[in-house]
Design a protein around this ligand. Structure first.
Ligand SMILES: O=C(O)Cc1cc(O)ccc1O
Ligand SMILES: [Fe+2]
Length: 432
């Protein structure tokens, strides 16, 4: 069982041993229980108050004893921006079936398969998106990512994230966000696992501002959960793996780095149950832009524009009158990476399946396939509930470049663009 505190970006505090958290100061001459005090800064010291993120960790050993004397390591399928493929490809609308689970033993970290990258990790701009597959738990191996935070959306199989801040359980329909620099280990809870991930190199995800929607609705802060402190006091020699500058490194560590007995601050991992998202939508006619379904955004320097927006398409009522209800045809300056967690997506009744991915890059036209269009223009427009559906989008103001893995993927649907073949010329040249 995992225990959590609720809220988004709060000043949390938690201690696994009563009295382990220093009172009234961050850095006492001697910390309770002989712990070491260590600050983890997720923003520049000087970042404005609203975006300043840091936590104080009270740990058995300082992190320098867990992460030094690195050797190079390889995880070739975890690509980092800027990354240009060596596989020639036309720029096109693209879609993939699910990535099969591997036969052998693969951990979460080994199972990351990046499919698109955007921006430049060193410049702390942009993102990478892809899938993960995992058939075994990480044993005595820990990981942290210096290049960005990671948003994980399981599609199959629940995961257990043991982190420096405590334990997070997340299964299909939930997301987990692990901030840059937070050390963790991932275990399988109920068998092989698969899902989606977004590595965000830029500003940490925040709740989007709601504008005229007001103070409530969409993702509500109180539904985000951050774990209570929990620590491992293990002397077992382990391996620490780090992603830094698009490369991977390992070192030996004499004990578990998850040795934080108490912590306080506003920089911590969290989870969120997507079924708690409170959608707002069309109440009379037309179909608003999908930004109304934005769960989290990583703001760019350009006001109101995200480096990455995490958007969902949840079960919901559709009531709009005299309206084409599925997504309309469109061209978008932003790039759209989509996945399906369960069910079916109204714009693509077949071909886009759970575990699959679609990529509609910046300014590439797309929209409902021929079958969805035909259904929608003849649908009886009574109120109807869209059930059994949970699609999502990682939408970026930057173009997303497909990786070699994506382009040569065995389940790439080479004929995807044919899904629009059946759209007839319906122009009534001679009106009756
Ligand atoms: O392309 C998609 O399916 C995602 C999407 C949905 C929608 O309702 C409006 C715009 C949009 O990009
Ligand atoms: Fe779209």
């Amino acid at each position: 069982m995992s225990a959590y505190m609720s809220g988004f970006g709060n000043e949390f505090e938690s201690e696994a041993l009563p009295g382990a958290l220093p009172r009234g100061q961050n850095s006492p001459q001697r910390c309770p229980f002989g712990l070491y005090a260590e600050q983890l800064s997720g923003s520049a010291f000087t970042a404005p108050q609203g975006s300043n993120r840091r936590s104080w960790l009270y740990r058995i050993r300082p992190s320098v004893l867990h992460a030094r004397n690195f050797r190079a390591a390889e995880l070739p399928l975890w690509e980092t921006a800027p990354c240009r493929t060596t596989t020639a490809h036309p720029i096109d609308q693209m879609r993939w079936g699910p990535t099969p689970l591997p036969d052998g033993a693969v951990t979460f970290i080994e199972g990351v398969r990046i499919m698109t990258t955007a921006g430049d990790a060193d410049a702390r701009i942009g993102m990478a998106a892809g899938v993960y597959v995992a058939t075994r738990s990480m044993a005595d191996t820990y990981f942290y990512n210096a290049d960005g935070e990671i948003l994980i959306a399981p599609e199959q199989g629940a995961l257990i994230f043991d982190t420096e801040f405590g334990r997070i359980d997340a299964g299909p329909g939930e997301i987990c966000v692990l901030p840059r620099g937070v050390k963790f280990r991932v275990s399988l809870k109920d068998g092989p696992a698969r899902g989606y991930l977004c590595e965000n190199y830029g500003a940490p995800f925040v709740l989007p501002s709601r504008g005229v929607i007001g103070a409530n609705g969409l993702a509500n802060a109180r539904d985000f959960l951050t774990p209570v402190a929990a620590f491992e006091d293990s002397q077992r020699p382990s391996v620490m793996m780090v992603k830094w500058g698009g490369r991977f490194y390992v070192c030996d560590t004499p004990s578990s780095p998850l040795d934080v007995v108490a912590w306080h601050g506003n920089y911590a991992p969290y989870k969120y149950d997507l079924s708690l998202f409170c959608p707002v939508g069309a109440l009379l006619f037309d179909h608003p832009d999908p930004s109304i379904f934005c769960v989290l955004t990583s703001p760019s320097a350009q006001a109101g524009v995200g480096d990455v927006d995490f958007v969902i398409f949840p079960p919901r009522w559709q009531v709009a009158e005299h309206t084409f209800r599925p997504p309309w045809f469109h061209m978008n300056v932003m790039s759209e990476f989509m996945g399906l967690i369960f069910g079916a997506y109204d714009a693509k009744p077949s071909g886009f399946v759970p575990g699959g991915v679609s990529l509609h890059n910046a300014m590439l036209p797309h929209g409902p396939d021929a079958a969805a269009f035909e259904i929608a223009i003849h649908a009886e427009l009574a109120p109807a509930k869209l059930e059994n559906t949970l699609a999502f989008m990682f939408e970026s103001r930057l173009s997303q470049h497909p990786t070699d893995f994506a382009l040569t993927h065995e389940s790439r649907q080479a004929d995807y663009a044919a899904c629009w073949d059946g759209l007839p010329d319906r122009f009534e040249r001679q009106r009756p």
